[in-house]
Structure formats: C-alpha cells, structure tokens
Design a binder for this molecule. Structure first.
Ligand code: MF3
Ligand code: CO
Length: 265
C-alpha cells in the first residue's frame, strides 16, 4: 500500500480472532495456488482474475480488492516493469519469460487476508529468477522479525538487509521501492501501522501479541523510482526495469511469527 498510515492505534486480535484470520488467509493462499497453476504462456491476466474471484467466492468469501477505491478486479496482476496494482485484462496475455506479480485479498467472516507472489512464466532469465528469489528471501527475513517485544522498524531493517545481502551475492544492486510498503491488517485490509521496507532497527511501535501485519517487499532490478500510469492504478518502474512483489499476512504470537496466508495445514 501507499505510505500514508501513521501507526497510532494498532488493532489487537484475540487468539480466536487470529484463527478466523488464519481461515481467511488460507483461502487467499488456495486462491494464489490456483492462479499459479493457471499462469502459463498464452493465458491472460483477465483469466487469472476470473479464476481468483471464483475461488474466493466458492470459499464463502468476498474479494477485498474489488471495488476498493473503485478498483475494478479481484487481483492485481503486475507484469514485468509493473511493480504493483496492475489491472488484469483479457488483452494482457502472458508470454514466455514474463514475471507476473499477483496480489490477492479476501474477506472471510469479516477478516482480511492479503498475500502476493511473483510467478515466473515459462523460461525466465537467470537475472529475473534471482530478483524474485531475493524478494522472497527479503519477505521471509522480514517475517522472522515479527516478534513480540520487537519494534516495527526491526522488520523494515530485516527486509532491507536481506535485499542488500542478496544483491551482494548476485553481484547487482536491487532497488527497494520506498513509496509503498506493508501495513496492519485485520478488520480492514489497510490499517495502522504503515510498514516501510527499509530503515534502521529499533524504531516505531512495539510489536505485541495479537497484532497482524502484511509484510510486502517490492524489489526492482534497476532504480526503484516509481511512476503511476494514466489508468490511475498501475505502478511501474520509472526506468522500465523489472520489478517483483512478495507478500504474506503475519500475526505476532507468543511463539513468534505466524504466517496467516499459508495453505491450510
Ligand atoms: N495488497 C495491495 C496493497 O497492500 C492492495 C491492493 S488494493 C487494490 O497495496 F485496490 F489495488 F487492489
Ligand atoms: Co498488502
């Protein structure tokens, strides 16, 4: 989401409410798994959207993106130089070597789940494969910092450090998109606090049991500067380089991070 939340009142969930969020998250995971299965060269992002909407509704939930500030679809499908909020379309047909980031959200019994994956379509370049792997690793580094007693910016710092480490390993400098980031989640999709993907550790609200956060790094192969297209939604890299996006909704528990948007156990 766009960097604009301020971090004052963070919703705390009871154990029972987190179970309800887990159910919502599992449905989002099932939906993304179905989309990943369908995403092949020759398939349009419009078809991915239709499958996602059907899967969410079959699960007894409502797609949270559809109608959100007027957004016209159930997923975001951001191809290649598109970073986030790409609008799916029957005209956007996936081709061999494409990178498509699919972001999906559902509301089940009033509770939100939000998760994104980057799909490697067909035979992608080694550089793109590494870019996506770096972002996924950064996501999991951030998740590992979702600890009771920790501070919000510990997550930001863990994400950033993992990006830098991956870049050093790959011999490139990945860009971290700064204008967008993670967010609190629960009875709404976007709640306080905003969660940047970079920063020094030890700042921001203290993490407490019952908080839930969407952790969502966005990485670019080149410069992380962004531009919004005339459709009012699609965010692309200003330099036209490729971008990736991985996201999970995660709860703070006594036992550490609990990823809510994994498939049902
Ligand atoms: N998961 C996206 C985010 O946190 C939300 C997309 S809302 C939509 O930024 F309306 F753009 F779909
Ligand atoms: Co999100």
């Amino acid at each position: 989401m766009l960097a604009r939340l301020r971090g004052r009142d963070i919703e705390l969930k009871t154990a029972g409410e987190l179970e309800a969020m887990r159910a919502s998250g599992a449905l989002v995971a099932r939906t993304l798994a179905a989309v990943v299965e369908l995403a092949k060269p020759g398939v349009s992002t419009g078809e991915l959207d239709a499958l996602a909407e059907q899967t969410i509704r079959d699960g007894g939930a409502v797609p949270s993106f559809l109608g959100y500030h007027g957004y016209p679809a159930s997923i975001c499908a951001s191809v290649n130089e598109q970073i986030v909020h790409g609008i799916p379309s029957p005209a956007q047909v996936l081709r061999d070597g494409d990178l498509v980031s699919v972001d999906c959200g559902a509301i089940l019994d009033g509770w939100h789940g939000d998760s994104a994956v980057t799909i490697l379509v067909g035979a992608v370049s080694e550089a793109d494969r590494r870019l996506s792997a770096a972002c996924e690793a950064a996501l999991h580094a951030g998740i590992a910092a979702v600890l009771p007693g920790g501070r919000l910016s510990d997550i930001s710092h863990a994400v950033q450090s993992a990006c830098v480490a991956a870049g050093e390993r790959d011999g490139v400098e990945y860009g971290i998109v700064a204008e967008y980031g993670g967010h609190g989640i629960g009875t709404s999709m976007h709640m306080d606090p905003f969660l940047p993907n970079h920063g020094e550790p030890g700042h921001g609200p203290r993490l407490r049991v019952g908080m839930a956060l969407a952790v969502e790094p966005m990485l670019t192969a080149g410069d992380p500067e962004t531009r919004e297209l005339e459709d009012g939604w699609t965010v692309v890299t200003a330099d036209g380089g490729r971008a990736v996006h991985w996201e999970h909704s995660v709860a703070v528990t006594e036992d550490g991070p609990r990823i809510l948007t994994l498939p049902a156990d």
